[in-house]
Write a protein that binds this ligand. Structure first.
Ligand code: PEP
Ligand code: MG
Length: 318
């Protein structure tokens, strides 16, 4: 079986009837990139930069970040990398930053919310990403967005960073693409409005499931309720994909669900453009896609979306 999968490394992720999608890897550090390339992924759909911050005893400097991002961009040799700005807070702490203890950290000060307040830290990161964009196909992605104001504010700060780099003559990709994680209900529900503000969507099913279902993603007591096959989550995913496509922007998924083979055919049928997952899942998902028919997957999607419970969905997916 392993040998059989290896033969797929250089093959495209295309269905039997010719519908092509992209399979990307998720990484937490530049060291992860080799595994992604070895699995035949055609890019990185999620670079979780917070690990750079968490594995350091000080705030990483612009140079330190630039080096890390540039290595990834260069190793990918023109294949895209989506660099997500730091997603600190929630369950992820930073000892040297002295973040306040909160009663509901997942509903509190995290990710883009911190970046928009601690703008020095945000700008340092954005400048580092911009500079790395001169060495490959780099995209920027904001995490935990809940409002259009946040996107606009973050983009204003990004523009400031571009001007600063222009002034000192540093190169960057002037056409760099900027997107958002779709991982909160407020974005999913009006994703057609967000689609006018950004270049791409990446659906974060880990948080989207948590927030849609009001179920803590790390709490054992409610683990059985935490289910991305819940029809509410599935309908949200479909809505986001349609909203993106209506405005001609690409929609990827970088939550665990993208690497869940039980969901592959369904996500294909929903029209997902790119699946981003841990390197270890890429070949299995590719095999599944190559054995699928896009036309059948679309019919099948309608049947699945008409169901009422996660149990019915899972029963039907088997
Ligand atoms: C997600 O929420 O689905 C996601 C990919 O982000 P993270 O798991 O890092 O919160
Ligand atoms: Mg998330």
């Amino acid at each position: 079986e392993k040998e059989e999968l290896k033969k797929l490394i250089d093959e495209e992720a295309v269905t039997a009837d010719g519908h092509k999608v992209e399979l990307w890897g998720n990484i937490g550090s530049p060291e992860d990139i080799d595994a992604v390339l070895e699995a035949g992924a055609t890019g990185v759909g999620l670079y979780r930069t917070e690990f750079l911050f968490m594995n350091s005893d000080h705030l990483p400097t612009e140079e330190e970040q630039y080096k890390a991002y540039r290595v990834v961009a260069e190793k990918l040799q023109g294949k895209p990398v989506t660099i997500r700005t730091m997603d600190i807070g929630g369950d992820k702490e930073l000892p040297y930053m002295d973040l306040p203890k909160e009663l509901n950290p997942f509903l509190g000060w995290r990710a883009i919310r911190i970046s928009l307040v601690k703008q020095d830290i945000f700008k340092t990161q954005l400048r580092a990403i911009l500079r790395a964009s001169a060495y490959g196909q780099v995209k920027i992605m904001y995490p935990m967005v809940t409002s259009i104001n946040e996107v606009r504010k973050a983009n204003e700060i990004l523009d400031e960073c571009k001007r600063e780099l222009d002034e000192i003559g540093k190169k960057y990709d002037k056409d760099i693409k900027v997107g958002i994680m779709v991982e909160t209900p407020s974005v999913a529900i009006i994703s057609y409005k967000f689609a006018k503000e950004v270049d791409f969507f990446s659906i974060g099913t880990n948080d989207l499931t948590q927030y849609f279902l009001a179920v803590d993603r790390g709490n054992e007591l409610v683990a059985s309720l935490y289910d991305s096959f819940n029809p509410a989550v599935l309908e949200a995913i479909q809505k986001v994909i349609d909203a993106g496509h209506d405005r001609n922007i690409s929609v990827s998924m970088c939550g665990e669900f993208a690497g869940d083979r039980r969901a592959t055919e369904l996500l294909l049928g929903m029209g997902l453009d790119a699946f981003s997952m841990s390197a270890s899942s890429v070949l299995q998902v590719k095999k599944k896609i190559r054995n699928s028919s896009y036309e059948k997957a679309q019919k099948y999607r309608d049947e699945i979306l008409a169901l009422n419970t996660p149990e019915e969905v899972l029963e039907n997916l088997r």
